[in-house]
Design a protein around this ligand. Structure first.
Ligand code: PEP
Length: 249
């Protein structure tokens, strides 16, 4: 049975004080937990503070990106080994904001995925179509292409230690969520594509939904058979909203 995973993506929000307050409030509200995993992907500069706060808690830390190279002359990048030093368990790769604003390509996303795994981080591969692509009936083609680029570089076996987040671009930060059925349809297709190559890996793979997941729509999405959790942006910036999603599992 796959464990559920609720993951926050704070993006470029907050400040040093507010990030600590938010982290503490999440930990305080977890109680004894509910058996699901929970994590926050935070700005790099707050990792040190939050490593201290989360170290004896069930709340795991993640980064929002990771360099596609191991080390060297790559100004502005942060390597996977650096993230490990600061207690990261996860690193997002290929978030749509990285792909659309910063030029991350399928190829560089695959490299980032491999770098993360090489250092023992769990990459969270974000894939998803734009509204235009959905309207043109290209959803499965887009998602398959993004997925296949990583499989080609990392190998299918790498997905034994990775997470996929299906995030339709049209649902991210827009308040417009995929319906439970729309999301399930794509999640199932992703799992079937992997299952065609390795049924065990597919069966154990956590596939998260992301895109305007909130306390009031989480329950339905999380009840779908191939949705194993959520990647949550806006609603993860408020401890009570984030915790409500977590407790709705
Ligand atoms: C995200 O950034 O991954 C995301 C899903 O954002 P939001 O929940 O705000 O749509």
């Amino acid at each position: 049975m796959r464990q559920s995973l609720i993951m926050g993506n704070w993006k470029m929000n907050g400040n040093r004080e507010s990030s600590k307050t938010l982290c503490e409030a999440i930990i305080a509200g977890l109680g004894d937990g509910n058996g699901a995993e929970i994590a926050i992907c935070v700005p790099y500069v707050y990792l040190s503070d939050l490593q201290t706060l989360t170290s004896n808690s069930p709340l795991a830390l993640g980064a929002q990106n990771v360099a596609n190279q191991e080390s060297g002359a790559y100004t502005g990048e942060v390597s996977a080994s650096m993230l490990k030093e600061f207690g990261c368990k996860y690193a997002l790769v290929g978030h749509s904001e990285r792909r659309s604003y910063y030029g991350d390509t399928d190829e560089s996303v695959a490299e980032r995925f491999c770098q993360a795994q090489k250092q023992g981080l769990i990459p969270v591969l974000c894939i998803g179509e734009t509204l235009e692509e959905r309207e043109q009936g290209k959803t499965f083609h887009v998602v398959n292409t993004q997925l296949d680029a990583v499989i080609a570089k990392a190998g299918l076996a790498a997905f034994a230690n990775a997470v996929i987040a299906y995030e339709p671009v049209w649902a991210i930060g827009t308040g417009r969520t995929a319906s439970d059925e729309q999301a399930q349809e794509v999640h199932q297709a992703i799992r079937e594509r992997i299952s065609a190559q390795d049924a065990t890996i597919a069966e154990n793979l956590q596939i998260l939904y992301g895109g305007s997941m909130k306390a009031d729509n989480a329950k339905g999405l999380l009840a779908m058979p191939d949705i194993d959790g959520g990647l949550i942006g806006g609603a993860s910036l408020d401890a009570q909203s984030f915790l409500k999603i977590y407790h709705s599992i």
